[in-house]
Design a protein around this ligand. Structure first.
Ligand code: MSP
Length: 507
């Protein structure tokens, strides 16, 4: 059987200021998927990084009175710090100022040029530095880009990529790969954009110098989006298409992005790849925006929410959980600390935390010498309960493969609710008082339920899940999805629970 492998990427972030909650979001979503795939036995490559060239960065560096490289070096660290604090599980971090990347971009450029897809001309039109994007006069809304960004008039010699020639091949590609762009609303936008006619794309700039020079004409720097998109393959070793990582992981399974950068990923990127004769990625999934009182949270609007501060005050699992559960993945969501606290207290503390705490502290108190063999004798209620837990992997796989991340939490919490209902119904506290022989059975069944929950919770709340699995004494090597079966239960004579500490205290 061939090895199961999975490649997922975040966009590479502009290090023009410190990361905010929006930049954390895409990475957390990828982290959840990457962790799930690892649990499911896949070899996973999860890539993130920083997009360090272009006019936007150059401008910010000038304002900070630093050279662009000094400027991005410092900010890049804050992106890495965010990954560290939140325990994100990326396998690589690529910076577009690295040699391995620049080399790959140069080769891609030369390939496009040799194949006749790039020609020299001149550009006269609008450019928005904040978006690093060209706009037509007809795109503008009250003198601004449709994104609200300021535009400036640019006239300069420029190389063009023959994007117009790729209109038909792209449409055919979307038709043959109906799931390439998700969700469907984004796919429809792209289809109508491409059908309305593609113009050749300016792919070099001459009015500033912070970028990768065009190999044959260093007066020009390569357009930052052509440079940036290429990170997805340079991180795998491109231009060496024979490199083990490239061979194993390209084409990518999922490029996760925000809805503001769909055109670049779903139109330009596959066109560049097709033109270069390289395979196209399997899916681009665009999630929505976090808003603050209705406005998109962004550096330029100055309404950012600081993920470092949130981590300190609420905890990283708690912030992750909120981001992954609050909105149907793909839609927009309003961020507020009230909504965050509410979710933590109601679902993490009251529902999940209490279930674990009730069961584990009753075991610590009532079974100081551990369980006996009769604990494993299940009744029909216990069997029903555990059947629900053992059915989770199949359902969760489906949600992950459709990037329906919110449904994952829904499915797991349904089982949490069943666990709480079972406890309320079987009243172990009363059984303890009566010294009933059923006590062991009830506590053992719920412990088994907690083991299953601990395993499937790892992609969502990794810190809390680890704590839970540690308290249950589940060995590291037994924390995969394949272990969600009765035969992998903790043997009754190995289950020793010490006084537990709550996994998710209230805030
Ligand atoms: N550098 C480009 C991407 C190049 S990829 C080859 C870029 N960088 S960015 O830093 O501006 O944005 C990176 C990601 O953060 C995007 O997916 C964007 O949608 C996401 N977010 C930025 N603000 C956001 C919110 N307020 N809410 C959710 N995500 C948002 O674009």
């Amino acid at each position: 059987m061939s090895e199961k492998k999975f490649y997922i990427t975040t966009p590479i972030y502009y290090p023009n200021s410190r990361p905010h909650i929006g930049s954390l979001y895409t990475t957390v979503a990828c982290d959840m998927i990457a962790r799930f795939k690892r649990l499911d036995g896949y070899a996973v490559k999860f890539l993130t990084g920083t997009d360090e060239h272009g006019q936007k960065i150059e401008k910010a560096a000038v304002a900070a009175q630093k050279t662009p490289l000094e400027f991005v070096d410092a900010l890049c660290e804050s992106f890495k710090e965010l990954l560290r604090i939140y325990g994100l599980s990326n396998d690589d971090f690529i910076r577009t100022t690295e040699t391995r990347h620049k080399k790959g971009v140069e080769v891609l450029w030369k390939t496009l040029e040799e194949k006749g897809h790039i020609y020299l001309g001149s550009y006269a039109g609008w450019y928005a530095v904040a978006d690093e994007a060209f706009y037509l006069e007809s795109d503008l809304v009250e003198g601004k880009a449709p994104t609200g960004a300021q535009v400036e008039w640019v006239e300069e010699p420029s190389y063009f990529f023959n994007l117009s020639a790729w209109q038909e091949p792209l449409l055919r590609f979307y038709e043959e790969n109906p799931d390439f762009i998700q969700p469907t609303s984004r796919r429809n936008e792209v289809l109508s954009f491409v059908k309305s006619g593609l113009k050749d794309l300016s792919v070099s700039r001459t009015s500033f110098s912070w970028g990768i020079p065009v190999p044959s004409n260093p007066q020009h720097v390569i357009y930052v989006w052509l440079d940036a998109l290429t990170n997805y393959i340079t991180a795998l070793g491109y231009p060496d298409t024979g490199s083990p990582d490239y061979q194993k992981y390209w084409p990518a399974d999922v490029h996760m992005i925000g809805k503001d950068i769909v055109k670049f990923h779903a139109v330009y990127w596959p066109a560049f790849l097709m033109a270069a004769g390289l395979p196209t990625p399997k899916r681009v999934f665009a999630h929505g925006w976090w808003t603050n009182r209705g406005d998109k949270i962004s550096k330029s609007l100055g309404n950012v929410v600081d993920p470092f501060d949130l981590a300190q005050r609420f905890g990283t699992d708690q912030v992750r959980y909120f981001l992954l559960r609050e909105v149907p993945f793909g839609g927009d969501g309003e961020f507020s600390e009230e909504a965050l606290s509410l979710r933590i207290n109601s679902q993490l503390s009251n529902e999940l935390g209490n279930l674990a705490q009730r069961v584990l502290s009753m075991i610590a108190k009532n079974l100081p010498n551990g369980f006996s063999a009769q604990a494993e004798g299940m009744g029909s209620m216990e069997e029903e309960l555990l059947k629900e837990a053992y059915a989770l992997p199949d359902e969760l796989r489906l949600h992950i493969d459709q990037q329906a991340l919110h449904k994952y939490g829904d499915a797991v919490w349904k089982v949490v609710a069943s666990g709480n209902k079972y406890i309320d119904h079987s009243k172990p506290w009363a059984l303890a008082k009566e010294r009933s022989p059923d006590l062991e059975k009830v506590l053992y069944a719920t412990t088994e339920l907690l083991r299953c929950l601990g395993i499937v919770l790892q992609p969502v709340v990794p810190v809390g899940a680890e704590k839970l699995l540690d308290q249950l004494g589940v060995p590291q090597s037994k924390r995969g999805l394949a272990q969600l079966v009765w035969s992998e239960r903790r043997p009754f004579d190995q289950l020793h629970i010490k006084s537990p500490t709550p996994i998710f205290p209230r805030v």
